[in-house]
Design a protein around this ligand. Structure first.
Ligand code: PEP
Length: 366
């Protein structure tokens, strides 16, 4: 944004020095409004183009009228009737309107062609919340109003182990799927307190969250453990929702890309293409989890696109089909803006998943 403003201001001022007529202010306002419109359209629909490039596009829209349209309009209008300021204003507006029109048309085409064949997913991570009866009640409430959200949205709820079975039972006959929040790295045996992937699958669960930042942070989960958990999940036909994300320190040091890349390379790159095709990834900036802070839609898109790029480098075209969810203080009020981004395919929801209305409200963000 700042680049666009600076470039526009510099070009505009340079070109206007010799046209300091009284109409100047009126035309300056009109042109500024047009550029604002161009900018809004640009950011909305062409999210892959970065701010400096928009600066360039807008700067071109400033220069072209001077070079081409300006002399043309000047030739068509007599000096007595029109001042230089007016000619400049008109030529700027003609060109800006043309740029705007091109942007609108191309954004419509771009939108239609956008590969949004990926699954739209809203998954609720209930964490260590709800007693069994409360969990069943929550699941019932989600199911009761599920029809208020587009069928195209796939809902998943991930209750604590203790009531997985009851929630599966409650949601039978609905299209809401159930997942666990973790699974053991081993198949079975003397691992006190652990829950095997086979046990989770036997309850009727279809998903399992793996590598959540809270598990990495509080329970020391490493890529080595996660590789084993992934193996267990796939061996038992559970779809892993694999979480990646940086903490605040890493974000502030500009290391967020490297952190996510490493978390993907060390685990996801060990999958076969067949396994990868079933994977769901959740990008969760740790600094946004449960803090009320949300990554901006642009920040989310930037890193989701990067994650897809990393996946593409290993799995090629299959990366286009991998759903990448955003997690981190996602709520009904910000879901639509985040989900509108090309590489955001839904959300992994913590706090807001504990209220059926909010959870479903997030689904309405699509
Ligand atoms: C999470 O922990 O997966 C999460 C996204 O939490 P919250 O929505 O509460 O930030």
């Amino acid at each position: 944004m700042i680049w666009t403003v600076i470039l526009t201001a510099v070009v505009f001022m340079t070109l206007s020095v010799e046209h300091l007529a009284p109409e100047w202010i009126f035309y300056a306002v009109c042109i500024a409004l047009l550029y604002m419109l161009i900018y809004i359209f640009a950011r909305q629909f062409h999210s892959k183009i970065k701010a400096p490039q928009w600066g360039l596009i807008i700067a071109t829209a400033c220069v072209v009228p001077q070079m081409v349209v300006h002399p043309l309009i000047q030739a068509l209008m007599t000096d007595e009737e029109y001042t230089g300021g007016q000619v400049m204003g008109i030529s700027f507006m003609v060109c800006s309107a043309t740029v705007l029109l091109i942007l609108v048309i191309s954004s419509l085409i771009f939108k239609k062609k956008r590969p949004k064949m990926r699954k739209k997913i809203v998954a609720g991570n209930w964490k260590m919340n709800t007693l069994p009866a409360e969990g069943v009640e929550l699941a019932k409430n989600v199911a009761a109003d599920r029809a208020s959200v587009c069928e195209c949205v796939n809902f998943i709820v991930c209750p604590p182990f203790t009531h997985l079975s009851q929630v599966v039972e409650t949601l039978k006959g609905t299209d809401i799927k159930v997942g666990a929040q973790n699974c053991a790295a081993e198949a079975k045996g003397a691992y006190t307190g652990e829950v095997a992937a086979s046990m989770i699958a036997a309850l009727g669960c279809e998903y399992v969250i793996l590598g959540h930042s809270e598990r990495r942070q509080y329970y020391g989960e490493t890529s080595q453990t996660l590789n084993k958990k992934m193996e267990q999940a796939y061996a038992n036909n559970l779809v892993p929702i694999y979480c990646v994300g940086e903490n605040l320190e890493e974000r502030e040091a500009g290391n967020h890309f490297a952190v996510c890349k490493a978390q993907i390379e060390e685990v996801v790159f060990n999958l076969t293409e067949e396994q990868f095709r079933k994977l769901v990834i959740a990008y969760e900036p740790v600094w946004a989890i449960g803090t009320g802070k949300t990554a901006t839609a642009d920040q989310a898109q930037e890193i989701h696109a990067y994650i897809r790029e990393v996946l593409r480098s290993k799995f090629g075209a299959a990366a286009e089909e991998c759903p990448i969810l955003y997690g981190g203080s996602c709520k009904p009020s910000n879901a639509a803006e985040i989900f509108a981004k090309a590489d955001v395919d839904g959300g992994l929801i913590g706090g807001a998943a504990l209220k059926a209305e909010d959870f479903l409200g997030i689904g309405k963000g699509f």
